[in-house]
Write a protein that binds this ligand. Structure first.
Ligand SMILES: Nc1ncnc2c1ncn2[C@@H]1O[C@H](COP(=O)(O)OP(=O)(O)O)[C@@H](O)[C@H]1O
Ligand SMILES: [Mg+2]
Length: 422
């Protein structure tokens, strides 16, 4: 097939890498891709989605896969479908599950899906009155996309009121915060569960854990994610079953009733509280870094999974997952997540250890090419990914690879998967 992948991160690289390893040969195109995706295929740069759809038609693209949320919320899937193209991802309407936390919370409420008690409002007095009925910690969320920064966990009613007022006044998050959600704090452990959906049917992937904070032991500011592993032993069959019955099925059914059937990747942010899965939020695409371990753990060809997802044939697919564990360690640049860093040349040692060579790989993210040299130019630069028959073995291999990859100022967390190993 001719396959177009939208996005430029490690997530999109990992989708491309998995497809390039399939037995069947495919031609890969990335828009815009990064300094390493052009080793897997061809990078193209077309700014407007209408032009991109025309290009896809002219170039006989059989399948388009959308990585990040922004183009989905902007309606790229609708534009591609109007042009008769096959595309894997949710429509603009269905993407509101991620684009608007108010929409998402109202869907959860309407279809009785377990989530934190909340109100949504555009009104300061309503927010303050609700906060007066709560006990801290209290969570205040901006409605719109904030690049993972629109959630404030406050430790007192006063702090919560201030956060709510600032958001509503548009001072902290602009238009994204003129509508807010105030909700109770959930005390538990967090999981990412991904369901590949075709509007009607779904396939659940192994649960993963991300590591959002920059520092070991979950300290310091939030990031896009510093590492992930899967499958996590923190999930058992009981939790998977509850998530399917109480969350995925009613969501797919509900979205059909809303006239916005959900096709694409449903990313379920779960907090497990006393053994019960409670929904924190939905995203409408893969998590990054979770994608980088889930793609290589799939035995089913990734292109087949996404093609069947895009053409309502998931019921005809028997998904197979490798009996292995994966651990991904993000290598970030010096000033991440505070600011940008000077470009730094990336040097990867020749890897002689067969064990490392066979059971690890690099997934490239914030990199640019200059001649035959690769430079670290983004915040999250690359991921060292390791596999094994245990989490510990996979993690040891990922860290061994980290030791063989160099650039000035490289920064990693040293405790990825600690919750599974403690
Ligand atoms: N009700 C809550 N209770 C406890 N922690 C929460 C709650 N809501 C969000 N969080 C924490 O804040 C993080 C970000 O919130 P989330 O709703 O996922 O928004 P986003 O990813 O858009 O920033 C979550 O990953 C979780 O760690
Ligand atoms: Mg989140």
């Amino acid at each position: 097939m001719n396959i177009l992948i939208l996005g430029s991160g490690g997530r999109e690289y990992s989708i491309g890498l998995a497809i390039s390893k399939e037995i069947e040969e495919h031609n890969l195109f990335f828009m815009p891709g990064n300094g390493a995706t052009d080793n897997l295929g061809t990078n193209i740069n077309i700014k407007y989605y209408n032009d991109l759809a025309l290009w896809a038609k002219e170039n006989l693209i059989d399948l388009t896969i959308v990585g990040p949320e922004a183009p989905l919320v902007d309606g790229v899937v609708d534009i591609f479908k109007e042009n008769g193209l096959t595309v894997f991802g949710p429509s603009r309407a269905a993407s509101q599950l991620e684009g608007s936390k108010v929409y998402m919370k109202n869907i959860l409420k309407k279809y009785n899906i377990p989530t934190a008690a909340f109100i949504e409002t555009t009104n300061e007095k309503d927010a303050h009155d609700f906060i007066d009925t709560m006990t801290a910690p209290i969570v205040v969320k901006a409605d719109g996309l904030c690049g993972g920064k629109g959630v404030i966990i406050t430790q007192s009613k006063e702090e919560a009121k201030e956060a709510a007022s600032d958001m509503l006044a548009g001072t902290s998050f602009g238009d994204a915060g003129t509508s807010i959600v105030v909700e109770e704090f959930l005390d538990g452990y967090e999981l990412s569960i991904f369901a590949i959906c075709d509007g009607e049917n779904y396939k659940v992937l192994p649960a993963a854990q991300d590591h959002k904070r920059i520092g070991d032991g979950d300290t310091g500011p939030n990031t896009g994610g510093m590492g992930a592993y899967a499958p996590t032993p923190l999930v058992n069959d009981d939790i998977y079953k509850k998530v399917e019955e109480r969350v995925i099925k009613p969501t797919l059914e509900g979205m059909k009733q809303e006239g916005a059937p959900f096709e694409g990747v449903l990313f379920i942010g779960v907090m497990v509280v006393n053994g019960e899965p409670i929904i924190l939020e939905y995203n409408v695409r893969f998590g990054d870094p979770e994608c980088e371990i889930l793609m290589p753990l799939l035995e089913t060809p990734v292109s087949e999974l996404f093609y069947k997802g895009a053409t309502k044939q998931l019921d005809k697919l028997d998904i197979k997952i490798k009996n292995e564990f994966g651990v991904a360690v993000v290598m970030a640049s010096k000033n991440y997540p505070y600011g940008s860093s000077e470009p730094a040349e990336i040097i990867v040692d020749e890897i002689v250890d067969e064990d490392i060579l066979e059971n690890t790989h690099i997934s490239y993210a914030g990199v640019e090419k200059d001649g035959d040299k690769l430079f670290a130019t983004g915040g999250r630069v690359l991921l060292c990914v390791g596999f094994g028959t245990s989490i510990k073995e996979a993690r040891d291999r990922a860290y061994a690879l980290c030791g063989q990859v160099h650039f000035a100022g490289k920064k990693i967390r040293t405790d990825i998967a600690y919750q599974a190993l403690k």
